[in-house]
Design a protein around this ligand. Sequence first.
Ligand SMILES: Nc1ncnc2c1ncn2[C@@H]1O[C@H](COP(=O)(O)OP(=O)(O)OP(=O)(O)O)[C@@H](O)[C@H]1O
Length: 813
Amino acid sequence: MRARQVKSLPEVAGSGDESPGQSGAARDGGEAADALDAALRAEQKYVTRVYARLDTEREAAEATLRSGPGRGGGGGFQAAVEREVAAEEAARALARLSGVERALVFGRIDHRADGDAAGDTFYVGRIGLRDEHREPLLIDWRAAAARPFYTATAGSPGTLVRRRHLHLRDREVARLDDEVFDLEGMSEDDRSTIVGEAALLATLRRGRTGRMGDVVATIQEEQDQVIRDGLQGVLVVQGGPGTGKTVAALHRAAYLLYTHRDVLERRGVLIVGPNATFLRYIEQVLPGLGETDVALATVGELYPGVRATETESPEVAVVKGGLRMADVVEAAVRDRQRVPDGDLEIEVEDMTLRVGHDECVRARDRARALRAPHNVQRRAYAHALLDALALDRAEQYDRITDEPLEDIAASGGVPAWLQELMDEAEESPLLDEENLRLAKAELWQTPAVRGAIDALWPELTPEAFLDELFADPERLRSAGEALTEAEREALRRPAGSPWTVSDVPLLDEAAEWLGEDDPAERARLRKARREREAEELYAREVIESTGVADLEIVDAAALAERHHDDGPALTTAQRAAADREWAYGHVIVDEAQELSEMAWRAVMRRVPTRSLTVVGDIAQTGSPAGARSWGEMLDRYVPGRRREQRLMVNYRTPAAIMRVAADVLAAVAPGEVPPEPVRDDGPPPAAVRIGPAELPARLPELVRAELAPIGDETGAGKLAVITSGAAREGVRAALPDVAAGTAPEALDAPAVVLTTTESKGLEFDSVIVVDPSGIVAGAPRGGQDLYVAITRATRRLTVVHDGDLPEMLSALG
Ligand SMILES: Nc1ncnc2c1ncn2[C@@H]1O[C@H](COP(=O)(O)OP(=O)(O)OP(=O)(O)O)[C@@H](O)[C@H]1O
């Protein structure tokens, strides 16, 4: 049973009193109303003060920005940097202060009195603010002092005597919810971690807007543990649908950046999510949480320069996602490092230059022995062959000039002085160092030589390499020994085919083996990186020495960048996203169950410190190349070193829908326990039988009927029609006016048609699932897809079917 200790004022009489610790003794209605008024007035006064402070700070930042860094003003580089620091600080402060207008203050905690001394009271909000005397006015939700607001439970309230939720409408205090902790006699129930229930349920009842809500005011204890877990190592967050995994992961990103800013501001945080729609869905939340330096990417975007969105058939996805592809890529790279079958022979200016087969093999082996990627090893191979070719040419020249003399010598007519010269020449090397260098350079410019070396050991981009591999059955056969004939056949496709999501980890793998293809570009990047680091160090020193060291709002890296190239300042996230070899300070993977083994390799490469948060639900794995267990994917990277947190409370799906979902879960993942729903509202889910022929007439009707109550209740509801792949075209034809797919506008539309894959991670007030049997039959993990589809609803679920309902939905029959 859940302990219900939350009362909305005015039920909690006396809690309007400023003195903490009073519990709700019964009073008559008049007194309670007075208490509520007094409480609201007192809180309004405080909230007004906090907003006034926000305005003052905003104006100050604006004024600094208006005066600008100033172009002139002398004072040398140091002064120029100082002015930039001030402007930079002001710009960042302004961005920070502007993003928090809504619900700036949302909580208050009262600590127990200590002897005669009154207990401390703190207000908790989206950022920290101090008054004009530098006294704390508002505590940042991520600060240690705010922690009890999230962690206190009836069972373990710590030193708290009261927690209060403040609900603001614009800048007005609209409602208060109090929780008065009774220190005696309240047993701790597992589910009593759902604290602030009234505040929570109010948040949950809000209509969906197509954007993930900001739930910073109602973070729950089990989520708080996830958010504030340490930075080091791998944290796995396993939880059923709607348990707030994404919410917790986003708040964790904000929390980590706040708490470990020193490490993370320069290295950044990467969030990997399932699809572009999903990332769009969450990206507005991050600035709201006070952070902008977080890079978001799908797996299809992990390799700079490619944005893959197309997926493959399950068979191809399984092959491309499997670890054996790492061997295939390695073997295919080695296949591009050839020696000629016999001797290497090249026609140059009427002369046949020759390098013996054995020498070619030695050159290749020496190049391969270098611990360097293919394109770098190629240079060693080319040098060795050029050496041999230059020598061969010199010998041939030598023979030509020597021949007439040798003829004379053979006839015994060589004068002594000439014999001496010939002996000397015999002993001295044919080419000195300088001549060798010149000869090699010249040969390198000769098309026949360059062509021969390119053919043996070509310089390769990952794109060209993979394209050629998949287009050439011979290459696939040679490199794909680890695969079956059918698997190799599955990989085949015409040259120039568009990149798919499962190609991206392979491009990344290939890039590791091949290395940068342009040494000059690589050197330029290295030099630029070194210079920027020096600038950053300098900017940091200036920031510290000038005393504007409220460092959380000054980014030395961005400042140095601006100084460095005078171009637009790039954020850490932007720089990181453009650099394949960027090492992030922390990586968060959401819907992580979908990542293939090859995708995990690409992710792990981006975080050599193995500081990761892995968020997902094994029972929702839809991708045939995705995870069956966390150990299967992660153990090889962090053997025995991962922590696991489970989220067990479902904040999204009402109990009646969850009962149906539980049957599906039992069928597809018998070991998994469905999360317990918090909500018990909304109508029972329904099944409607509609044949394909009737869809055009009846589906629009159903959509209209579903949208009407949503609109009436909140005015901002959302509906999704989630369909099987097989029924998709029919559904779209039946709903020509309804948005479809993952285009950005679709999120803002009142209704949208999606496939199960597209609906991953999203939620809607009302969901119509079309063709459940088709969903189950349409993919190797179709049952999991159905589980995902029916758990997207926050209020209403209708299942449209033609034949019999699948067995696992029999509760709807
Ligand atoms: N503490 C909370 N207070 C208010 N709302 C919450 C809280 N935690 C989660 N929610 C809400 O519950 C819903 C589900 O959260 P979220 O999308 O993070 O779940 P999830 O575990 O990622 O789900 P899925 O696995 O199905 O994608 C969201 O609307 C979120 O705002």
